[in-house]
Design a binder for this molecule. Structure first.
Ligand code: IVH
Length: 672
């Protein structure tokens, strides 16, 4: 391919990827499958590898990171990023309303916009002519750190605004983590022996302050925008209209969390509702922001050097409580990682009884200096397990006992070892029952082999009765074995056996994930499955081969190779195979009657859904693309096909009607 063709294709791919990205992340309405998206993305990366000059700063490839920085540069905000004054209770909210009315010399009720106050990190994004050019942290409000490359990795953030966009937009927002994503990330970090983050806000801050954007790219960060610095070209008169404009330009706005009220009473109602419902949200909020809706009134009210007078942060009561650490338990994970957990005297924090708190690791224990018997302050955030935030050292009476890092495994007494770069020690016991239990739990879990009904209680009994010594033993269990369980009837036993049998043919990515290869989570399992197609191929892959794959680094490559080299693992894999466990292999990338061909579907297909049509051609080895180019082999035009059909005709491509396509593909499907 020459540079001109590469440039054209690159432009085409960029447009397509930006568009699909927005459909997927901002509108939640994807038009193409993940696999198709990945294919387009990979094609883009390959092009950029061959023609590095195509790698512009707003290329979709920046979603996975730009070259690392040596340090951050300081950047001055055009307009200072102010903070907010706080209202700590309903009276203080009313006092805010009274203050505003007094200053405006009015007794009329004011229109307010109430927004959720996200607990994350404030950033500013500058868009010039629709393009994201600079992003920075709030810093001290006047100067922040330039973190553009990191912000570009946030998928829901447009690199290019939707037209008609303003000439200049400085938009502000909060970077945050979904609670569930935060929890998953911490779990993965524990398995990998990395320090866990204390809360989603810390995790967001830590992820943004990475010199290597590729690291930021791996963190599932999100953003909601809530206001602006400067805006040229449009002059909205109300804050809610402004938010809607931002939304139209493609920026993520929490419109669902916004409430307009006339008068302060409605704001207080919403405040109460939010306190009641905050646990049901996908993200952590620590309060509600009340803003005067009329932008003229906002200007009239002005700001102090610290905060605007037209807004206030109504903070939720803290979800903290004081209690005693009655013990510190040591949990052994499936890779042997030993993590400390505080056992607490039960205490209620905003309606929820708390009896455990996470201590993360020994560095954290040392930092807090927490000891068994200590009075502590615990805080609950979202539905993650609570944290010890502080030890009340002045309440000590001398009976408190520190818990040293263990030298042996609490479950099997084997020696433990802490590797150089890790913050948790690991049990070195090969037959550690605690590790085995966690491995089995992982193996049967929903995202892995999904063995329905095989919960922790049964796994405990399987281990106690020594019915299993590895996951392979699950598949040789007999009815009589299960009858040895407490309270096990025939129906239940048959159900369990059926669930186990049903798991024998899971798709390869799930099976790979279930194996619990170190550093291989659900996502990388998919990547590996797609690349290698079968367990057999993967098991003989070399580190060199593995590291050529995008997303697979030397660490993952090494753990994959060492997993398959390990004789115990090989024996287990062999036994699984003997028991009839055969993961469904991924469709081969080569082969199929339409291998190498590209299809574009356009217009409305009346008999098939778009997805179904795409799956049909993919099963025959072809790929479905969203854009027409010289490289397209077939275009299937439904009713109301528009510009893509025109382009196809212009290029002289083969165009089929839906009926013709159905006849064509049926003939081929029969032959596969
Ligand atoms: S408005 C000039 N709206 O809270 C007023 N802030 O305590 C700017 N925050 O630094 C703030 N959600 O990082 C506003 N819906 C929201 C917010 C919000 C979170 C953060 C923001 C700000 C801090 C002030």
């Amino acid at each position: 391919m020459d540079i001109a063709a590469a440039r054209a294709r690159h432009a085409e791919l960029s447009t397509q990827l930006h568009h699909q990205n927005r459909l997927y992340y901002a509108l939640d309405a994807p038009e193409i499958s993940d696999a198709d998206y990945d294919r387009l993305f990979r094609e883009l990366l390959e092009l950029e590898k061959a023609f590095p000059q195509l790698t512009t700063d707003d290329s979709p490839s920046r979603r996975i990171g730009a070259p690392p920085l040596d340090k951050f540069t300081q950047i001055r905000h055009q307009q200072p990023m102010l903070s907010l004054d706080n209202a700590l209770n309903e009276d203080e909210i009313r006092a805010f309303d009274a203050r505003v009315k007094r200053q405006l010399e009015t007794s009329d009720e004011l229109e307010y916009v109430c927004e959720m106050k996200l607990d994350g990190v404030a950033v500013e994004l500058v868009y010039r002519h629709g393009r994201l050019v600079v992003g920075s942290t709030r810093g001290d409000g006047v100067t922040g750190e330039e973190i553009t490359a990191n912000l570009r990795t946030i998928r829901s953030l447009p690199l290019q605004l939707e037209a008609p966009y303003p000439a200049l937009l400085e938009v502000r927002g909060e970077i945050y983590f979904d609670t569930a994503a935060f929890r998953t990330m911490n779990e993965e970090r524990t398995t990998e022996g990395l320090p866990t983050f204390a809360n989603p806000r810390n995790a967001a801050a830590g992820s943004l302050r990475q010199l290597d954007p590729a690291i930021t790219a791996k963190r599932p960060l999100r953003i909601f925008c809530y206001g602006i610095g400067a805006l040229d070209g449009v002059t909205p008169t109300r804050h809610d209209t402004l938010l809607n404009l931002l939304n139209d330009w493609g920026l993520p706005i929490n419109l669902a969390g916004m409430r307009k009220t006339v008068g302060v009473a409605g704001a207080i109602d919403y405040f109460r509702e939010l306190i009641e419902n905050r646990d049901a949200l996908a993200f952590e909020i620590d309060g509600m922001v009340i803003k005067v809706n009329d932008l003229n009134l906002q200007r009239q009210l002005g700001a102090t050097s610290r905060a605007p007078r037209w807004a206030i942060a109504a903070k939720f009561p803290p979800r903290q409580a004081e209690t005693t650490v009655s013990d510190i338990l040591l949990q052994v994970g499936r890779t042997g990682a030993i993590t400390p957990v505080a056992v607490l005297q039960s205490v209620k924090i905003s309606g929820v009884t708390v009896s455990r708190a996470s201590l993360h690791n020994w560095d954290e224990i040392a930092r807090l200096d927490v000891r068994i018997g200590d009075r502590v302050l615990v805080e609950r955030a979202g539905d993650v397990i609570p944290d010890v935030v502080k030890v009340l050292t002045d309440r000590r009476d001398g009976s408190e006992r520190p818990l040293p890092e263990p030298a042996t495994c609490p479950a099997c007494a084997a020696p433990v070892k802490r590797f150089n770069d890790e913050v948790v020690p690991r049990c070195q016991g090969l037959a550690c029952p605690a590790q085995l239990k966690e491995r089995i739990k992982h193996f049967v879990s929903r995202k892995a082999m999904d063995i329905d009904g095989l919960g922790g209680r049964y796994i405990d009994q399987l281990l106690e009765l020594q019915l299993v010594t590895s996951v392979a033993d699950l598949y040789t269990l007999q009815r009589d074995d299960l009858f040895r369980f407490e309270r096990m009837g025939e129906t239940l036993a048959d159900k369990l056996l059926a669930a186990i049998a049903a798991s024998k043919k899971r798709p390869l990515p799930r099976f790979l994930f279930a194996l619990g290869i170190r550093n291989v989570g659900a996502h990388l399992a998919k990547v590996l499955a797609r690349q290698f197609g079968s367990l057999e191929r993967l098991s003989t892959a070399t580190e060199e081969e593995l590291t050529t794959i995008h997303e697979i680094g030397p660490q993952v490559a090494a753990s994959v190779v060492s997993f398959f080299r390990n004789p115990d693992n090989r024996a287990i894999l062999q036994r699984l195979a003997q028991a009839g466990v055969a993961a469904q292999e991924e469709a081969p990338r080569a082969g199929g009657p339409l291998f190498g061909k590209t299809f574009v579907f356009t217009g409305t297909l009346s008999q098939l859904g778009r997805t179904e049509a795409q799956q049909k051609v993919e099963r025959c080895g072809a790929r479905a693309s969203g854009s027409v180019s010289k490289k397209t082999d077939y275009v299937v035009a439904g009713t109301e096909a528009g510009s893509k059909l025109d382009k196809a005709l212009q290029l002289g491509l083969t165009v089929m009607t839906e009926e013709e396509f159905l006849v064509f593909i049926e003939g081929l499907e029969d032959s596969t």
